[in-house]
Write a protein that binds this ligand. Structure first.
Ligand code: NDP
Length: 431
């Protein structure tokens, strides 16, 4: 208790709560963020945490029922939806913005001190950028924004003095391994030799390349250690998620590909390791429970009593760290290529992957095609050895995103309606 009191922040807005907008509130990260905020507010009530939070805005895609339920339970008066197909009407007293740009308008019209960016995919870009432009700190889960437009986001954050507080467990881990309490964006100096992030290896870690190529959505959605939304779960199975995270780390911490790597660590207890040039390595450990990194971002630069599972110390008796197999998981190799190419290459890669994952989840392509299509998009649009066209503004990111999606669309049409899926007609064979 003494420590909790010592670490309590002062109320820097004359005792008023910290106002938070949660983008993607109905998703896995959004729901866990609400859980963490409720717990921190309860800790505040018990005198164990200094500054309470007030959720002032919630954004979702189409799940109106869940969104309005959250708003009613939390007393939130401003929400946004892309569309409301269920025609569920908002409870009285709740203002609802709708349309493809509704989340961005929510950020622009509701006063907030922190925006939790947890919309999945490129769809989260505009609202996240709006917050950065307005000078509002971001707690970032939406890695796709940094992959697609990291150069612009980091430039804008530096201009407006915005902190980008990582929620992704590996980036939270890196951040926690660094001495001092500054928040990204930052450029790690030469005293850091290398940063390693870990990957569980996903459900196909021990599968043969052939079996992986034929895997079904049901198999790919069974993640061994983490429970997440469908898109990031599929990305984990192909190790595309780890490629996206290496690119995210590149932007958050100012590291080139020569100082960044990923290793396979099936226990998901060590999330990141930072090696210093003096020979010391600092690792961050924690249970595979996103509530802990979410809370680190929310309470920065302080610590508070948490509801995340404690670190499973017993699992440390058998911790494995293996080199990834790029033959079976070629997506991971794309990270280096994108970091070296720069420009719009991240936006192309991200868009092609998003479109391919959607096609896979719709049973239109086999699992192996996802990575073939994202690499194919880079080959076709950026060129195999080329540098990405420069990223001068968000319109370049949007154009590159459209190009990546168009490439996948035309490939899907050219493969006879997806009949290249082995066993699609006869049923996919097992492992
Ligand atoms: P989910 O699929 O569980 O949730 C996505 C959220 O985004 C939902 O609230 C959804 O609303 C909303 N959404 C989707 N499209 C739009 C749109 N166009 N406009 C506004 N809202 C939209 O995803 P996760 O929570 O798993 O992931 C969110 C982000 O966090 C991703 O970038 C992911 O990579 C990252 N992340 C996730 C982790 C996890 O453990 N889940 C771990 C680390 C990072 P609706 O419910 O209405 O569809």
């Amino acid at each position: 208790m003494a420590n909790a009191h010592r670490d309590m922040p002062k109320n820097d807005r004359a005792g008023r709560p910290r106002r938070v907008i949660i983008l993607g509130s109905t998703g896995s990260i959004g729901r866990q963020t609400i859980e963490v905020i409720n717990a921190l507010n309860a800790a505040h009530g018990r005198g164990e945490w200094g500054r309470p939070f007030e959720i002032v805005g919630l954004a979702a895609g189409t799940n109106a029922g869940a969104l309005f339920g959250q708003a009613a339970a939390l007393g939130v008066r401003s929400v946004s939806l892309v569309a409301n197909p269920d025609a569920i009407s908002a409870p009285s007293g709740i203002g609802t913005l709708t349309g493809p740009d509704a989340a961005e308008r929510l950020v622009r019209t509701v006063d907030a001190d922190l925006v939790v960016a947890a919309i999945v995919g490129f769809a989260g870009l505009d609202a996240t950028f709006a917050a950065i432009e307005l000078g509002i700190d971001i707690a970032l889960a939406n890695k796709e924004t940094l992959v697609a437009a990291g150069e612009l986001a980091i430039g804008a954050a530096r201009r407006t003095g915005v902190s980008i507080l990582p929620i992704d467990s590996e980036h939270s881990g890196i951040w926690q391994c660094l001495a001092g309490s500054a928040a990204p964006p930052m450029s790690l100096g030469e005293t850091i030799r290398r940063v390693t992030i870990t990957a569980s290896g996903g459900p196909f870690r021990l599968w043969s390349g052939d079996a992986i190529r034929r895997a079904t959505p049901e198999q790919a959605l069974e993640h061994p250690t983490w429970s997440m939304g469908p898109k990031v779960t599929i990305d984990c199975a192909s190790l595309t998620n780890k490629a996206l995270e290496l690119i995210e780390a590149h932007w958050l911490f100012g590291l080139g590909p020569d100082r960044l790597r990923a290793v396979i660590h099936p226990q998901s207890v060590v999330h990141a390791l930072v090696e210093y040039t003096d020979g010391s390595t600092i690792a961050q450990l924690g249970a595979p429970d996103m509530r802990t990194p979410i809370q680190c971002a929310l309470t920065h630069p302080h610590r508070a009593p948490g509801i995340g599972d404690p670190t499973p110390v017993n699992a440390m008796q058998s911790m494995e760290f293996d080199e990834p197999d790029l033959d079976r998981f070629p997506a991971l190799g794309v990270a280096d290529r994108v970091m070296k190419s720069g420009g719009v290459s991240g936006a192309v890669f991200n868009a092609a992957n998003e479109a391919a994952v959607e096609a896979f989840l719709n049973h239109e392509i086999p699992f192996g095609r996802i990575t073939e299509l994202s690499i194919g998009a880079l080959d076709a649009i950026i060129g195999s050895a080329g540098a990405g066209a420069p990223m001068r503004g968000l319109s370049d990111a949007r154009e590159a995103d459209s190009q990546g999606r168009r490439f996948v669309g035309s490939e899907l049409r050219s493969i006879d309606g997806g009949l290249t899926i082995p066993g699609k007609k006869a049923g996919v064979r097992g492992r």
